[in-house]
Write a protein that binds this ligand. Structure first.
Ligand code: MOS
Length: 733
């Protein structure tokens, strides 16, 4: 059974009626102008106090009786044949309980896993690694992209070239578009390899009982880890339980069971005791993923009125032995242009593998495109924001530009480039876009307990974004309860399935399942209440934890009183995320404005202030949403100014795998950040919530780059914008 409803969807800039067919089990999607009581209220994280006081149990904190400690031996060579691994001396060391050799025939990057041990203390495990004898036959390697692209380069894999076939997207005719342009610009922009540097490193604690495996794991996807382990050990999935109560970040690097998780489980089985294997910081930089580098040749042109006539990207990028370096997303999305062509190639190097990293490809693409747009604007003599407005395809972003420009005072003369002694100030703006629309798959269970509390149980994980909090808020909203009655129980494969927390999937994918479960529970509870209130269950409403009949509002029952009438110890209902409806829009816009101050004597850049304007459908918790925006911008400061994996060209080894040498932004590098949300009633699900984690990171680096070029009056084209690069750019100006 289904019903046809007409939804009012859209945003402050315009709404429209959309007809959709809703399955019978589904609540009607939240619409434009919906009146909420819990959703939309800035709400501190449910688990904030636990985290702030150090009581939230992360994987790192798990201690089991008789638990051993694992450690991994890694190749010091970027490319070598492994002729043999001798574990005998390591095995004889007092306290060593298990050792394994997992090298395969060839290592292709310095840091690749070769062997692992488990011992009674972390110190003994480390000593044991030093006793493992590995017979390496070093081979020629390539550690830099230009070198790897030469015809005579050493080959990373046994195939003809280190350069993969191009991925091409094209519409219209770029040559013709450039021909008709009043102004054109062409330049090469580069971005370095960035590592994730999650505060909690990768790792797991593995414990066997017979052929049942329990793993506490620092992962973005508990079910992915479960399935990988089940396949690896040929077990039915229900024999593997994965628990991630708390997670210290992942940013795309923690999907599936990595080597460290498999090793922990193998060593635990060999030793007959639980094994904890958490990676040291250096290993984290070497082997658990990175954002690939990019070299982007950009050609763009525009007519005299600023209308873009051509955009072309020719890109090479390297994720070491991994791929996925493409950066075309922003080129294909941010601006209207009839003649558009992108060509992307992966280049392989003997370096640690890439993995997804917060909006894969987009921050680097946005940096090059937006810097190029600024250089074109100068040639055209058109204000940089105005040029973006004229080519902006999104009505939501048009409003966001307006809100942002006003808050940032873009047109205020005091914001124009100016000097104070050696300090020069500048401003930049960049467009964001994303598509955090979620996916089907998640199922949730909502349980009313006899003591009047409600638990939402769902196998999702909180990567640090506030998932626990917003899930409870959505259930409380649907059930008409104050938030303090509802808790979210998550992070365990014993609960119903949910998707990994990546691709900005979590909020848009889980909340519709949670809301449906809450609606189903409400229906059951109303049936329980109906005879008590002498009314038909369809006539009952629940608001603020009180149930009453529409017709006779004087007779009422509190939620706690009702729960005491539950016949067993609880009343449960399930819900699922049904396939998305057509809704209002499948994309998100956004824009960010940055102010910087550049010291022209030292070359040091300070980001002074940011204005960020974003949309993510219904914003469940403006407080956690704002904290995501802050995080996206702070990460952008790191990518813009500091972060770069550096590899010694002679040795092929990363030279800065520490948090001293690989610099991240700290509190003193963090600008003043103003955040605005444009609410969009999206209607693609029953909540219309979209993901925000990646959207807010796309434009930050670009906005900073644009502001630096504005401040110094010279182009900047290579990240990170370290003092030497800034001084060199000033020297050329
Ligand atoms: Mo993300 S890069 O999909 O965690």
């Amino acid at each position: 059974m289904a019903r046809r409803v007409t939804l009012t969807l859209g945003f402050a800039g315009g709404t429209r009626e959309v007809a959709v067919v809703i399955p019978d089990a589904e609540p009607t999607p939240w619409q434009w102008g919906e009146k909420f009581s819990v959703v939309g209220v800035p709400t501190p994280r449910a688990d904030g106090p636990l985290k702030a006081t150090g009581r939230a149990p992360y994987t790192y904190d798990v201690q089991l009786p008789g638990m051993l400690h694992g450690a991994i031996l890694r190749s010091p060579y970027p490319h070598a044949r492994v002729r043999g691994v001798d574990l005998s001396a390591a095995r004889k060391l007092d306290g060593v309980r298990a050792a394994l050799d997992r090298s395969g025939a060839t290592v292709r990057f310095a840091g690749q896993e070769v062997a692992a041990v488990a011992a009674t203390s972390p110190e003994i495990a480390r000593d044991a690694l030093a006793l493992i004898r590995v017979d390496y036959a070093p081979m020629p390697f390539v550690a830099a992209m230009d070198e790897a692209m030469r015809p005579d380069a050493a080959l990373v894999f046994e195939r003809g070239s280190n350069v993969a076939a191009p991925i091409v997207n094209a519409v219209g005719n770029v040559a013709a578009g450039l021909e008709t342009a009043a102004a054109t610009h062409e330049a090469v922009y580069t971005t370095p390899v960035q590592t994730h540097v999650s505060l909690e490193t990768h790792g797991a604690v593995a414990s066997w009982r017979g052929d049942a495996l329990t793993v506490w794991c620092s992962t973005q996807g508990i079910f992915g880890v479960r399935d990988d382990l089940a396949v690896h050990f040929s077990l039915p999935p229900e024999n593997v339980r994965v628990i991630t109560a708390y997670l210290g970040g992942g940013f795309g690097s923690k999907f599936g069971a990595g080597h460290e998780v498999i090793f922990a489980a193998e060593l635990a089985r060999m030793a007959g005791a639980p094994v904890k294997l958490m990676l040291p910081r250096a290993d984290e930089h070497l082997a658990t993923g990175n954002r690939p580098s990019s070299s982007q040749r950009v050609r763009i042109g525009a007519a005299r009125d600023g209308a873009l006539t051509a955009i072309e990207l020719v890109q090479h990028g390297s994720g070491g032995i991994g791929g996925g370096s493409g950066s075309s997303g922003p080129y294909l999305t941010l601006y209207r242009c009839a003649n558009l062509r992108t060509e992307e190639r992966n280049v392989y190097l003997n370096a640690g593998p890439s993995s997804a990293m917060r909006a894969p490809g987009w921050p680097q693409g946005c940096f090059a495109l937006e810097l190029a747009i600024d250089e074109l604007a100068r040639k055209l003599g058109i204000d940089r924001l105005e040029l973006r407005r004229r080519n902006n395809p999104s009505p939501v972003r048009a409003l966001e530009f307006e809100i942002g420009a006003r808050a940032f005072r873009w047109n205020d003369r005091s914001r124009a480039p100016q000097s104070r002694g050696p300090l020069k100030r500048g401003i930049g703006v960049a467009s964001a876009a994303w598509h955090g629309i979620g996916a089907s798959g998640p199922q949730a269970q909502c349980v009313a307990l006899r003591d009047g509390r409600v638990q939402v149980r769902i196998g999702t994980q909180d990567i640090g974004t506030g998932t626990r909090t917003i899930i409870a808020m959505v259930a409380a909203e649907e059930l008409g309860l104050p938030l303090d009655r509802v808790t979210a129980e998550i992070g365990d494969t014993r609960y119903l399935f949910s998707l990994p927390s990546g691709g900005s999937l979590t909020a848009p994918s889980t909340t519709p399942a949670v809301r449906q479960a809450a609606a189903h529970l409400k229906r059951k509870l109303m049936r329980l209440a109906a005879p008590l209130l002498g009314a038909d269950s369809d006539d009952l409403i629940i608001r603020g934890g009180v149930i009453s009949a529409r017709a006779a509002p004087n007779r009422s029952l509190t939620f706690a009183e009702l729960c005491r009438r539950i016949p067993g110890d609880s009343l449960a209902a399930d819900g699922e995320h049904v396939p998305n409806y057509a809704g209002y829009s499948l994309t998100q816009a956004g824009c960010q404005f940055a102010g910087v101050e550049v010291d022209c004597e030292t070359g040091i850049v300070r980001v002074t202030d940011f204005v960020a304007v974003h949309d993510a459908g219904v914003i469940v918790d403006p407080l956690t949403a704002r904290s995501q925006v802050n995080g996206g911008i702070i990460m952008g400061v790191g990518f813009a100014l500091f972060e770069e994996r550096r590899i010694d060209p002679q040795l092929g080894v990363m030279v800065n795998p520490t948090m001293d040498d690989y610099k991240l932004p700290g509190i003193l590098d963090t600008p003043e950040i103003q955040v605005f949300f444009v609410e969009v009633a999206n209607g693609i699900t029953n909540t219309g919530v979209l993901g925000l984690g990646e959207a807010v990171h796309v434009a930050a680096t670009a906005a900073i780059g644009c502001a630096v070029a504005d401040a110094i009056g010279a182009p900047v084209r290579d990240l990170p914008l370290t003092p030497d690069r800034v001084l060199a750019a000033l020297g050329q100006a």
